[in-house]
Design a protein. Structure first.
Length: 169
């Protein structure tokens, strides 16, 4: 039996357990979840590389960058913690380097690079035939105009404001 197997057989390369408590994500959904978890720690240049048509070693690479060793470790910790909550623990971890952390989920492999090391290894160029999807942290853009909660902006001026305006005129 393989370490990622729960003992149930499946014809799909992504094992799906029918037990709700241990529900595993399929590889495309796992890749997306890992990318989103990396973004929670401000990962830079997050890309999902679809390798299914190119190799049988894995289905997806998720590649991202960090600006410091501390951020690199924080991203790795957030991804491990977040995926374990969904029942997807990493099959293998390479966390010894200060420039590159690898989390292997079998069907999805996460590469977290220090921003200076990423350009040296250049996985995007090495796997240039892969379909690539850049993932961005999409937060709503705040309004430039400040309004009080519950106002429409057309409320009447307070009596004090009207008095001040009369004195000026």
């Amino acid at each position: 039996m393989f370490p990622w197997s729960s003992g149930k057989t499946s014809t799909n390369s992504s094992l799906i357990n029918t037990n709700k408590e241990e529900m595993l994500l399929r590889s495309p959904m796992l890749a997306q979840a890992i990318a989103k978890l990396a973004l929670t720690k401000k990962a830079l240049d997050v890309v999902i590389m679809d390798l299914r048509a190119l190799t049988t070693m894995t289905d997806f690479f998720v590649v991202c960058s960090a600006e410091s060793e501390t951020q690199l470790k924080a991203i790795a910790h957030a991804v491990i913690e977040g995926t374990e909550k969904k029942g997807n623990a990493p099959w293998h971890k390479e966390t010894g380097s200060v420039n590159w952390v690898v989390l292997d989920y079998s069907d999805v492999v996460l590469h977290i690079f220090h921003k200076t090391a990423r350009s040296f290894y250049n996985l995007e160029k090495l796997w240039g035939d892969a379909k690539m999807k850049w993932v961005r942290d999409e937060k709503p853009v705040p309004s430039t105009r400040l309004k009080r909660k519950g106002t429409t902006g057309k409320e009447k001026k307070s009596p004090k404001a009207r008095m001040i305006r009369k004195k000026v005129a």
